[in-house]
Design a binder for this molecule. Structure first.
Ligand code: B4P
Length: 187
């Protein structure tokens, strides 16, 4: 199964992905984790990405597409994948469609995690990651509404989107998600 998680920063994409990948036994493609690893390893990609991430901006599409395309070439992705935080722009989504179509493995479902901005701000103020400072969070929320939210129209036209209420405990949210993946939408 191939699943995309879309939602504002701090909506719980990473939290729910951990549960779902364990449940479905599919690889986790978290572009946020991949970028943080590249930064920690001081790679050229990490150095380039960091300039954007510290400001709460999205990392340029060309860098993201290189990272994801290399990851998809790993044999473990032949049987499914959970895309967490990718795609985040319409060009990334178009490129992903092309990459998956070349491999004959289309997406099954796009899960939108819905969480109001006020709750996102509350959650991130408790987490305290480097990019969770107030002014950076405000920029990340802006990037979500301007660059990432339009993705949902792109996927809605393909009949792939299911929206989930992201409020409640992580276990409550996960029960809602489990119901969707047990019965993916027929397109
Ligand atoms: P990501 O790493 O993808 O992170 P995120 O959107 O901040 O968080 P997520 O939704 O996964 O929240 P989480 O479960 O951790 O992105 C970081 C940055 O990387 C971006 O700003 C961007 O610069 C760059 N980037 C990544 N992918 C990119 C791409 N494709 N293109 C361009 N740039 C890209 O949860 C957050 C907190 O809430 C945690 O503390 C958690 O414990 C808590 N929480 C979770 N669920 C909860 C619940 N139900 N109730 C209460 N708290 C909950």
């Amino acid at each position: 199964m191939r699943i995309v998680f879309v939602g504002p920063p701090g909506a719980g994409k990473g939290t729910q992905s951990q549960r779902l990948l364990h449940y479905l036994q599919i690889p986790h493609i978290s572009t946020g984790d991949m970028l943080r690893r590249a930064i920690a390893d001081h790679t050229p990609e990490g150095r380039r990405a960091e300039q954007y991430m510290v400001k709460g901006q999205l990392v340029p599409d060309d860098l993201m597409l290189d990272l994801v395309s290399r990851r998809l070439d790993s044999p473990d992705c032949d049987h499914g994948a959970l895309f967490d935080g990718f795609p985040r722009t319409v060009p990334q989504a178009e490129a992903l469609t092309q990459m998956l179509s070349n491999r004959g493995t289309p997406l099954d479902i796009v899960i939108e995690l819905r969480v109001p901005d006020a709750e996102v701000i509350r959650r991130m103020s408790q987490r305290g990651r480097e990019d969770d400072r107030d002014e950076v969070v405000a920029e990340r929320i802006r990037a979500y509404w301007n660059q990432t939210r339009p993705l949902l129209n792109f996927y809605e036209q393909q009949g792939l989107v299911e929206s989930v209420d992201g409020l409640g405990s992580p276990d409550e949210v996960f029960s809602r998600i489990k119901r969707l993946v047990a019965q993916p939408k027929q397109v």
